[in-house]
Design a protein around this ligand. Structure first.
Ligand SMILES: *Cc1c(COP(=O)(O)O)cnc(C)c1O
Length: 360
């Protein structure tokens, strides 16, 4: 069996141990004689799987009791609509920070529902920086403040949490959740599509402070109303049961790795190694300002675009998959999520060194 190193930005690599367990349990889950995929979502078995997954996630992120954890569908992109529909009153406004492509999508969607105040934009630096906090034009009457702690495409990450006073913080953590500890109590809402650092595509997680529930506009579709989801234990309709089960296996795997704290130490080491090599190579270049470089998504360019094709072809041959950068920015991108081990980063660096030696 030839499993290769997968640097895909999403859907991304999953821990091999999790896939193996899913394979072993696929036809007959724990002697019940059926697959998790074939279970009623209201069966005792599935409710136990769902409850355990939530409990493990709560432990991993130390989620306070006054927060609800929702297991939804529609991806992070669906939450771009759900956020204003749940939090922005008719005629109200919200603050957004623009640090790149995912922030921009969230902004464009929110603009359909009300006034969006873009507090600052990193456009002038071609989205390679985080605008200095003291220049943000925050509105203390905003319904909420939205930002993207890790811009998956640009590789720009916050290593700090903005202080917006009484305005609730709403964070799209799709590509950074579970990669490092986070003080959930500082946030009103944290949301993430699962397919980067949680599990397979099809599941979306929303962690929301209870005091923000029950504010949805009348026009909010029932399926987007967080309170409906919370009141129904995320089972108002059929949830993505198999993705939920797999996420639960990933949470157990994470706990065995030393939890989010253990993972963070590994992730920091991986990132430092890769950036360290890029910076010292005299060949590859990462455009992001030093203090905002992502631990999860590492974009880099070669000295000449003409080298991109041979670089990617050689990488494939070396068993290093999905290093092509996002179509909007070009170059390369190595996504090194939790399930991408240090051995993968070492193999990538070894390949990059050999390629630079041949073409430098
Ligand atoms: C991948 C990603 C999204 C989009 O997620 P979907 O689940 O495909 O909607 C949104 N925001 C960020 C930061 C992402 O990385």
């Amino acid at each position: 069996m030839g499993r290769k190193f997968n640097f895909c930005a999403g859907p991304a690599a999953l821990p091999e141990a999790v896939l193996a367990q899913a394979r072993d349990e696929m036809l007959d889950w724990q002697g019940r004689g059926l697959s998790v995929m074939e279970m009623s979502h209201r069966s005792d078995e599935m409710v136990a799987i769902a409850t355990a997954a939530e409990q493990d996630l709560r432990e991993l992120l130390h989620i306070p009791a006054n927060y609800k954890v929702l297991f939804l569908q529609g991806g992070a992109s669906m939450q771009f609509s759900a956020i204003p529909l749940n939090l922005m009153p008719s005629g109200g406004s919200a603050d957004y920070l623009n640090t790149g492509q995912w922030s921009k999508k969230a902004i464009e969607e929110a603009q359909r529902y009300g006034k969006v105040n873009v507090v600052a934009s990193a456009k002038d630096s071609n989205f390679s920086t985080i605008p200095a906090f003291d220049g943000w034009k925050l509105d203390k009457n905003a319904a909420y403040f939205h930002y993207t702690p890790n811009e998956t495409i640009g590789g720009v990450e916050f290593h700090w949490i903005p202080d917006t006073g009484n305005v609730p913080l709403v964070a799209d953590m799709s590509s950074t959740i579970l990669s490092r500890p986070v003080d959930v109590s500082k946030f009103g809402v944290i949301y993430a599509g699962a397919q980067k650092n949680i599990g397979p595509a099809g599941l979306t997680i929303v962690i929301v402070s209870e005091d923000l529930l029950g504010r949805a506009r009348d026009i909010t579709p029932t399926m987007l109303d967080w309170k409906v989801a919370a009141d129904n234990e995320s089972m108002y309709n059929t949830p993505p049961t198999y993705a939920w089960y797999l996420a639960g296996l990933v949470f157990k795997w994470l706990k065995a790795q030393g939890g989010v704290e253990g993972m963070a130490a590994i992730n920091e080491r991986k990132a430092k190694k890769l950036y360290g090599y890029i910076d010292s190579s005299g060949f590859y270049r990462n455009p992001v300002e030093l203090q905002s470089r992502s631990w999860m998504n590492v974009p880099f360019v070669l000295p000449d675009e003409k080298l991109d094709k041979p670089f990617l072809a050689g990488a494939e041959e070396a068993g290093l998959l999905n290093l092509k950068g996002h179509r909007s920015v070009g170059g390369m991108r190595a996504s090194i999520y939790n399930a991408v081990g240090e051995d993968a980063v070492d193999a990538l660096i070894a390949y990059m060194q050999a390629f630079a030696a041949r073409h430098g």
